[in-house]
Design a protein around this ligand. Structure first.
Ligand SMILES: Nc1ncnc2c1ncn2[C@@H]1O[C@H](COP(=O)(O)OP(=O)(O)OP(=O)(O)O)[C@@H](O)[C@H]1O
Ligand SMILES: [Mg+2]
Length: 635
């Protein structure tokens, strides 16, 4: 200092003007000189108002400073420069002050200590470090871009992401242009990424306050991913910036996609899916469930699954099911359940448990297949096989019986010839002949049922055939029944055995008569129609093609569902013993089937019956006078 060659006053003036606090001390810390700035700075630090010794004022740092001073071996020079030391604040409420201290040895006895309060600077630095740590701890890749889109700051996640993506770090780091970092994927229309860029530019211009958007894009390494981006503007000295955070939501999007696919599969599933809690309370059902059971979602959620229970499933089935699923095993079996309308349906169910993260059962999921149609097709098949074998048996028997009856009839005729009418045996032989012709008629019916009759088919107009037989029908039915023919105008070409079709019509008429003991109406109508796929699906039988349709309708008692299932069975009759053989409709069915046709019966108790007979149409119809369209033959 002496080498500066200035007098003491000048030096003091200089020291007083310096922006740092200056204290002149002796080696033991006694203060010899104190600039006002220094006084202002250290005054609040004194505990007892004693400012005589710097070391006692700066108590916590004294040992360190003392050590430095004592350790300095030169006579003059810099002992320390920019020593940053925290100082406990004593008289004011501040916790710690931080001083930047410089100590110069002036001569053997004098030292000059210059210090600056850098508490605020240190705080700012600390705050910056904290904020950087926060930024770096975030999983989102964050960058700050300037008005030109140049990346000026990035966080650790951004750095890591670009590093992980095969050395794209340099292309995406500070200095790179943000708008060239991400590229559209194949799925993404370029317009949408342009929209994104436009939005960010608007944020930078201050015309958009900030936005969040989700989009899929390619990272510069070509990886395809989904990001949720949030852009917010900020301004420094009038310059605009945007902070953009990118959350990689690829996994979430994939999970969402999978979930969406799964939920679509469940929604469109052709099988019923039901989820219940461990008590059997319904929590979820899919659309197939509502379609099958007739219950709406609102009606079943919160209800017990037993809402579907009918009394037809054996109780042991449920016992076994609960015993199985409560142990976490899968149960498979069949239920006979009840729809909302009370009708019964069959289900094959597979029930398994759902678990939580701790392995505890939380729910049960039941996947059920409707077996009703399969069951009914199976029942129909078994029934038709049964009828087929009965037919075989009856046909064979009828054939042999017929032969025997011919012999009986023949010998009866011979015997009648041999004896005179006046003899008693003559009446016996008459009885034998009558009985054997009844038996022959039975065997004919059986043969018709078993489709073993010899057919004498020829092309003819069905309308004419019906008109011919209508006079017989009129004779069969009672006076109190109005019999109407409603025949199609155009001839209906069919290839049929006239006698057999007459038998069919007479049987139907007899049944109609019996179903209307108190009178009513009986109509035979004809028309042309088709059997199509829809018909076959609904009825479970049929052959696609064009048909002549005979509809025999009565206004009689009608037939209930149970009876309807059996009316075509041989020997099924509801008539009292001796009144009906139960072979009428069996024969009708046999004859129509032998002609390659089908029968559709519509009937409800109390609403009459309608038998629709489908006979294959043929093109060649022998010329004949046109059939009458409507003909009333009521007696
Ligand atoms: N039009 C009808 N209305 C009501 N029930 C009918 C009708 N046609 C048939 N049925 C019912 O179907 C049963 C079987 O008829 P089917 O013609 O095969 O035998 P049946 O009339 O009882 O005896 P059969 O015809 O041998 O004299 C009848 O007993 C009757 O219960
Ligand atoms: Mg009958």
């Amino acid at each position: 200092m002496t080498s500066l060659d200035v007098d003491n006053n000048e030096l003091l003036a200089f020291l007083y003007l310096m922006p740092v606090a200056v204290v002149g001390i002796a080696a033991d810390g006694d203060i010899k000189m104190l600039t006002p700035r220094a006084a202002a700075l250290i005054t609040p630090l004194s505990r007892d108002g004693d400012f005589s010794n710097l070391f006692s004022i700066l108590d916590p740092i004294t040992p360190e400073v003392r050590e430095l001073i004592h350790g300095y071996e030169g006579t003059c020079g810099v002992i320390c420069n920019h020593l940053t030391v925290p100082v406990a604040a004593n008289t004011v409420g501040r916790h710690t002050m931080v001083f930047d201290i410089n100590i110069h040895k002036i001569d053997a006895d004098n030292l000059m200590v210059m210090f600056t309060d850098i508490t605020n600077v240190t705080h700012l630095e600390e705050e910056l470090l904290h904020r950087t740590a926060i930024l770096d701890s975030l999983p989102e890749s964050i960058c700050v871009i300037n008005a030109e889109g140049v990346i000026v700051t990035i966080n650790r996640a951004w750095k890591n992401y670009t590093r992980e993506n095969n050395g794209i770090e340099s292309r995406c780091g500070i200095g790179a242009n943000y708008f060239s970092v991400f590229q559209p994927t194949e799925n993404q229309v370029e317009a949408s990424i342009n929209d994104y860029a436009t939005s960010i530019k608007a944020v930078l211009r201050g015309t958009l306050p900030g936005f969040v958007s989700e989009y899929d894009c390619h990272s510069p390494s070509g990886d395809c991913g989904w990001f949720s981006c949030r852009a917010n503007p900020f301004f420094i000295d009038g310059e605009s910036y945007a902070v953009i955070s990118h959350e990689n939501i690829t996994l979430r999007k994939r999970a969402e996609n999978n979930l969406r696919k799964m939920s679509r599969a469940v929604e469109q599933s052709p099988v019923t899916i039901m989820i219940t809690d461990t008590e059997g309370t319904i929590e979820f059902v899919n659309p197939k469930f509502t379609e099958l059971t007739g219950y709406s979602v609102e009606e079943v959620i919160g209800q017990k699954s037993s809402i579907l229970k009918s009394d037809k499933t054996p109780p042991e089935t449920f016992e076994k099911m609960w015993a199985t699923i409560t142990t976490g095993k899968i149960w498979e079996g069949e239920f006979i359940n009840k729809r909302k309308d009370g009708s019964i349906f069959y289900e094959h169910a597979t029930i398994s448990a759902l678990y939580d993260g701790n392995g505890a059962i939380t729910q049960y999921v039941a996947v059920k297949e409707d077996l009703t149609e399969k069951k009914s097709i199976m029942a129909q098949l078994i029934h038709s096989q049964k009828m087929e074998s009965i037919g075989e048996l009856a046909g064979g028997l009828a054939h042999d019986l017929n032969n025997i009856l011919s012999v009986v009839n023949g010998y009866a005729a011979l015997a009648r010839h041999e004896i005179g009418k006046d003899q008693k045996a003559y009446t016996y032989i008459d009885e034998i002949t009558r009985a054997s012709s009844r038996a022959a008629s039975l065997t004919h019916s059986l043969l018709a049922y078993s489709r073993k009759q010899v057919m004498n088919q020829r092309n003819q107009n069905l309308n004419l055939l019906i008109k011919t037989v209508s006079s017989f029908i009129a004779r069969i039915i009672h006076d109190n029944i109005i019999f109407t023919l409603s025949l199609q105008d155009a001839p209906l070409g069919v290839n049929v055995d006239t006698v057999q079709i007459e038998q069919v019509l007479l049987n139907l008429a007899t049944n109609a008569r019996d179903a209307m003991p108190n009178g009513g109406a009986f109509t035979i109508a004809t028309e042309t129609g088709c059997i199509d796929a829809q018909f076959i699906t609904t009825h479970g039988y049929g052959e696609p093609g064009r048909y002549a349709i005979i509809t025999a309708t009565d206004t009689g008692t009608g037939i209930d569902a149970r009876t309807k299932a059996r009316v075509f069975d041989p020997f099924f009759t509801t008539k009292e013993i001796g009144k009906g053989t139960g072979l009428g409709l069996a024969m009708v069915m046999g004859i129509i089937a032998q002609h390659g046709g089908f029968i559709d019966l519509q009937s409800e108790p109390g609403s009459g019956s309608s038998f629709r007979l489908y006979l294959p149409l043929v093109n060649e119809v022998p010329a004949a006078p046109a059939a009458q369209a409507e003909d009333k033959i009521g007696k």
